[in-house]
Design a protein around this ligand. Structure first.
Ligand code: CP
Ligand code: NVA
Length: 328
């Protein structure tokens, strides 16, 4: 089961399609064990450290529960509870933590930071989200798609919204690696970095995936099996960008009219958290400020039968467990 022993998990580009497929299959096996109450304490006696420089519900809970299920000790280091980056460099932190722990999760800002941590760490480092990539999220998304549609290859996948950030980038890489047809739909300026696009196009040629960019939401969703979106303003971005994002991305909101144009049987996905109503402090503040009750997705779609966001959230835990088990 530890077929990636000693490897870091920093971005999907570092893994072959076969390795990604094996991680998804392992997650599926571990999920079945969990559901059937079959113990799987394969990492008994090991300890892991979870570094979070940004907040989290799903990722933190997934690493913690998966760690406990595998029989490990878990230490959570919150944004204020460590010396990292303030009084101690990333390189020094890596050398200290990897002398005590068997694996380190890192959520923070630039991808360079997690790469640096991994460079100086003697134990596997797992990326729990950076500005550029969110690779464990994509494993959960793909397990969910596979459970729902029975396959990944050939699925028409449409990402609506800011495609330059962690989710757009990682989903494009994931789709290229696993043979899905990826469309990013947004105004041109929100398309991913052109070097990353070139890399993905190259990969897509080998896997049979396609990569497409479309500014018209009504065209983009024709034939879509999955419509995916993310928040318009990500963690760590200044509050001033809200106005521009709302202006630019409002036409790309996932609503019923858009879902109705997709394939019959299309599903709605979102990494969460989501501003689909006014029941959050930020959603309420921004909603009132800009006169909106919903942002990237309407409450109607979020709560509809087509929405598989909570299956997707649960799968974070099973897939993160697979990543840890495979690499430890
Ligand atoms: N999807 C996701 O990463 O959620 P959290 O920010 O709650 O971890
Ligand atoms: N793009 C979002 C993803 C959250 C899981 C963010 O970085 O805040």
């Amino acid at each position: 089961m530890n077929f990636l022993k000693g490897r870091d998990f920093l971005k999907l580009l570092d893994f072959t399609s076969d390795e990604i497929g094996k991680l998804i299959d392992l997650a599926s096996e571990l999920k079945a064990k969990k559901k059937n109450g079959i113990p799987h304490r394969y990492c008994e006696g090991k300890n892991i450290a979870l570094i979070f420089e940004k907040t989290s519900t799903r990722t933190r809970s997934s690493f913690e529960v998966a760690g406990y299920d595998l029989g490990m000790g878990v230490t959570y280091l919150d944004p204020t509870g460590s010396q990292i980056g303030k009084k101690e460099s990333i390189a020094d932190t890596a050398r200290v933590l990897s002398s005590m722990y068997d694996g380190i999760e890192y959520r923070g800002y630039g991808q360079k930071i997690v790469e640096e941590l991994a460079k100086y760490s003697k134990v596997p480092v797992w990326n729990g989200l950076t500005n550029e990539f969110h690779p464990t999220q994509i494993l959960a998304d793909f397990l969910t798609i596979k459970e729902h549609f029975g396959k990944l290859k050939g699925i028409n996948f449409v990402y609506m919204g800011d495609a330059r950030y962690n989710m757009g980038n990682s989903l494009m890489v994931g789709c290229a690696k696993m043979g899905l047809n990826f469309t990013a739909c947004a105004p041109n300026k929100y398309f991913p970095d052109s070097d990353l696009v070139k890399t993905c196009e190259k990969i897509a040629k080998e896997t049979g995936a396609t990569i497409r960019f479309e500014e018209d939401p009504n065209k983009a969703v024709i034939g879509a099996d999955v419509i995916y979106t993310d928040v318009w303003v990500s963690m760590g971005e200044p509050v001033e960008v809200w106005q521009e994002r709302i202006n630019d991305l409002a036409p790309y909101q996932v609503n019923k009219a858009l879902m109705d144009k997709a394939s019959s049987g299309a599903v709605f996905m979102h990494c969460l958290p989501s501003y689909h109503d006014l029941n959050t402090a930020v959603g309420k503040e921004m909603g009132e400020k800009f006169g909106r009750t919903e942002m990237e997705v309407t409450n109607e779609v979020f709560e509809s039968k087509a929405s598989i966001v909570f299956e997707e959230a649960e799968n974070r835990m099973h897939t993160i467990k697979a990543v840890m088990l495979a690499t430890l």
